[in-house]
Design a protein around this ligand. Structure first.
Ligand SMILES: Nc1nc2c(ncn2[C@@H]2O[C@H](COP(=O)(O)OP(=O)(O)OP(=O)(O)O)[C@@H](O)[C@H]2O)c(=O)[nH]1
Ligand SMILES: [Mg+2]
Length: 319
């Protein structure tokens, strides 16, 4: 959208956060809320057939079986209490239930002793968007006037270190690395020492998405967590599990693996802009009880949004 400024020069108007989410959930909306709208349109009462179709729509939008059953149960409860009768109210009832499910509060860690960094560990299977999200987070922390240091602890995949370096340059933050195949915990140790010496505010750690076996990967993450804990009180202060929204329910299966070993504290849902499966966000919140911290809505530095249950639900149901 272009508009004329006071001085007459046309300037591109930046989209607001809400506009960005709205654009990102466009496909999910078509696959979900617009179908609900079609379902209730012109209907006089909510009957068993309508609820069955609602169930199919929700499952089809990757809301997940457990979450879908839960929402349906809440709707039936409302119906038996006679607080919900008109199909026109069904939309609002679903909206409210989804908002409740998505509101998983984030508990910030205890205060970090002076001179120690806040340590964020990024985990997730290969290709989900860990490295890209690190670049975006670095930009975000910097915008809050914080200093950031990146740690290249994915030493396994070819060119992973170089890829993180590109993001470090884009965001203009320093990075600690060693050579390929170095021990990731040793790189982390170096990064934490460097951060303490330089009084850096945030260390963001890139990790491998795949090793020779899944067992190795989890064992390596556990070792890194031990090192972080030993070197910095309370670290890692946040373990962010990155999930690719386009994988829908598969993302949930992956998440379960990581929550078992890696002490995940929150989720970043990436690639929301490229999928109709955004409903998976409700399954994650409901079944894993993990707060969704950020959503990725594109490939660029600024395409990361702090998640808000209200904004997400509003944008899904917005006209
Ligand atoms: N459209 C879109 N693409 C994204 C988003 N986040 C990441 N990507 C793309 O996803 C691809 C993989 O991203 P990476 O950051 O390399 O993923 P990774 O988890 O670090 O992958 P590995 O290092 O192989 O484990 C890249 O092409 C990114 O541009 C997003 O929010 N939206
Ligand atoms: Mg990577």
């Amino acid at each position: 959208m272009e508009f004329i400024t006071l001085f007459g020069t046309p300037k591109k108007k930046e989209p607001t956060v809400f506009e960005k989410i709205k654009a990102a959930v466009k496909q999910t909306k078509e696959n979900f809320t617009e179908q609900i709208q079609d379902l209730v349109e012109g209907q006089k009462e909510i009957d068993a057939g309508m609820l069955e179709q609602l169930e199919a729509i929700m499952i089809g939008a990757d809301v997940g079986v457990v979450t879908t059953n839960d929402v349906l149960k809440a709707i039936k409860d409302r119906m038996s209490r006679k607080t919900l009768q008109d199909p026109k109210q069904l939309r609002d009832a679903i909206k409210e239930e989804l908002r409740k499910i998505l509101t998983v509060n984030y508990t910030p860690p205890n205060e970090i002793p002076e001179g120690n960094p806040f340590v964020v560990l990024m985990v997730g299977v290969n290709g989900v968007g860990k490295t890209t999200t690190i670049g975006k987070l670095a930009r975000r922390f910097q915008a809050d006037d914080k200093t950031v240091l990146l740690c290249a602890a994915d030493t396994f995949r070819a060119a992973a270190i170089e890829q993180l370096e590109i993001w470090a340059n884009r965001a203009n933050v320093p990075m600690v690395k060693q050579k390929a195949n170095a021990d990731p915990s040793a790189v982390l140790f170096d990064a934490l020492q460097s951060a303490k010496t330089k009084k850096i505010d945030y260390v963001i750690v890139d990790t491998a998405g795949r090793l020779h076996t899944k067992h190795n990967l989890m064992a390596e993450l556990e070792k890194m967590i031990r090192i972080a804990k030993r070197e910095v009180p309370g670290a890692p202060h946040e373990v962010l599990l990155v999930i690719d929204a386009t994988t829908g329910q598969n993302g949930l299966t992956q998440a379960r693996e990581f929550t078992k070993s890696a002490g995940v504290t929150g989720v970043v849902l990436t690639k929301l802009d490229g999928t109709a499966k955004g409903g998976v966000v409700t399954a994650i919140a409901k079944e894993l009880k993990l707060p969704i911290r950020f959503v990725g809505v594109g490939e660029k530095l600024d395409d990361l949004i702090e998640f808000s249950a209200d904004d997400f639900v509003e944008s899904l149901f917005a006209a």
